[in-house]
Design a protein around this ligand. Structure first.
Ligand SMILES: NC(=O)c1ccc[n+]([C@@H]2O[C@H](COP(=O)([O-])OP(=O)(O)OC[C@H]3O[C@@H](n4cnc5c(N)ncnc54)[C@H](O)[C@@H]3O)[C@@H](O)[C@H]2O)c1
Length: 170
């Protein structure tokens, strides 16, 4: 049995991940930490609310002390979805993108390092590589070329020096 800390589990992809994981690994515990921004919808996981092994924590990933308290309870794996994720909003108010996507991710990584979390999986985006032409494909060796505040903040999370185990690009 493992304890999985999911960030952004009230959002689109995070909530689907939680449902998938509960179905396929029912023995694992899930802690869903989400700040419930405009993008978070509690209805996405309402069916899980009363289930043993599932817990929701209303928290901001940028709250370093709060993330430390969560991880000191014993977390085996972090699956990090929480983000400001809408390109258009990033053009009008980029500050929140830096706070959540860059500094929030850094505070999570620091808490995970301090509490020796075994695995940290971070969800990124192919937008960090820019825009494809008519054909071609990105690989993980493609040079970063973000072209919006959103993709720049996601590229800022992706430094090889952050020490993540895995970065998944959607
Ligand atoms: N949806 C896509 O098409 C897509 C494509 C590529 C990459 N991604 C990446 O996948 C991840 C999930 O995307 P999504 O579409 O589910 O996003 P979403 O916007 O639907 O959900 C994001 C969730 O994060 C929460 N959140 C925001 N700021 C937070 C904070 N400071 N602390 C805690 N929680 C916070 C929100 O309340 C929300 O529940 C993101 O990292 C995004 O960059 C998504």
């Amino acid at each position: 049995m493992s304890v999985i800390l999911v960030t952004g589990g009230m959002g689109f992809i995070g909530s689907n991940f939680i449902h998938y994981w509960r179905e396929h690994h029912p023995q694992d515990g899930i802690i869903n930490v989400d700040w419930l921004t405009y993008a978070g919808n509690p209805d996405n996981v309402a069916a899980l609310e009363e289930q043993a092994g599932y817990r929701f924590v209303h928290g901001n990933i940028g709250d370093a002390a709060g993330m430390n308290r969560l991880m000191e309870q014993g977390v085996d794996v972090v699956v990090h979805f929480a983000a400001e994720s809408h390109v258009d909003r990033s053009i009008h108010s980029p500050g929140n993108f830096v706070l959540t996507n860059v500094l929030g991710t850094q505070s999570l990584l620091e808490a995970a390092r301090q509490h020796q979390v075994k695995k940290f999986i971070h969800i990124s985006t192919d937008e960090v590589y820019g825009t494809l032409g008519q054909d071609g494909a990105f690989t993980e060796r493609t040079p970063l070329a973000p072209n919006s505040p959103y993709s720049a903040s996601k590229a800022g999370e992706n430094s090889p020096r952050t020490g993540m185990d895995a970065i998944l690009f959607f």
